[in-house]
Design a protein around this ligand. Structure first.
Ligand SMILES: [Fe+2]
Length: 237
């Protein structure tokens, strides 16, 4: 019997099997902000082939399950401190390092190619909007939420948990905002298609923007579909 079916929620599938994200990315199925919906909803909405997608995910899973060398961490079970350390070291560190570089790149291609490709002005604006929003959101997590989680893990005090969960809705809304900008960037760049007269910098800018998208999807998935639900679960106990 197949492991996954289309009535399961997209985020749940990625939580159980992180590599499913590769297939979802390929079909542009939103697994971070839209992760709370059953897979079939996205399939119908986007006019996709249900059998094809399920086969891809299930075959990949089978291969993964047979691959004993695979060591993907189970973030549902790992201590919360370990999960936020992972998010910090992998995803926050990535954004703090890469956002200024991508800013320089989007400004450079705007100056060089903006006259022939006016859409680059919109790319520049969208990127700098997401950059500004991400910097504020990373700071909020690093100065308010994550310290509260660490405190709670040591104290088990209700007040610390309340502080950690208190800003979740705000953060979720910010994730949605980032997801919307990523979608707009995809549309305006025609899926990051570099025009024939685009130079190497043009190419590396679009490659970097795609890398950022990929990293953000994984990052938001870990928070929206794993970290936040685990915190809410603790409040119920
Ligand atoms: Fe984060």
């Amino acid at each position: 019997m197949s492991k996954f079916n289309s009535s399961q929620k997209i985020g749940m599938i990625v939580t159980e099997f992180p590599k499913a994200a590769d297939v979802f990315k390929e079909y542009k199925i939103d697994f971070c902000c839209g992760g709370d919906r059953p897979l079939i909803t996205a399939i119908i909405e986007q006019g996709l082939n249900e059998t094809e997608i399920l086969d891809r995910v299930n075959n990949l899973y089978e291969k993964f399950a047979n691959d004993l060398a695979s060591k993907d961490k189970n973030w549902q079970e790992a201590p919360l401190g370990e999960l936020i350390d992972h998010i910090l070291n992998k995803h926050h560190a990535y954004l703090w390092a890469e956002l200024p570089k991508i800013s320089f790149l989007t400004t450079t291609i705007l100056r060089v190619h903006g006259k022939n490709h006016p859409k680059l002005s919109k790319v520049h604006k969208l990127f700098h909007t997401i950059k500004m929003e991400l910097e504020a959101y990373l700071t909020k997590e690093e100065t308010i939420q994550y310290p509260a989680i660490n405190k709670y893990e040591n104290s088990s005090a209700e007040a610390d948990l309340a502080e950690a969960t208190g800003i979740i809705y705000e953060l979720q809304e910010e994730h949605m905002g980032a997801g919307d900008i990523l979608k707009e960037l995809r549309i305006i760049t025609n899926d990051y298609h570099v025009p024939a007269d685009g130079c190497g910098t043009y190419q590396s800018t679009y490659a970097k923007l795609q890398e950022m998208e990929s990293d953000l999807f994984q990052h938001i998935h870990l928070e929206n579909n794993i970290l936040f639900p685990r915190l809410f679960e603790l409040r119920k106990v």
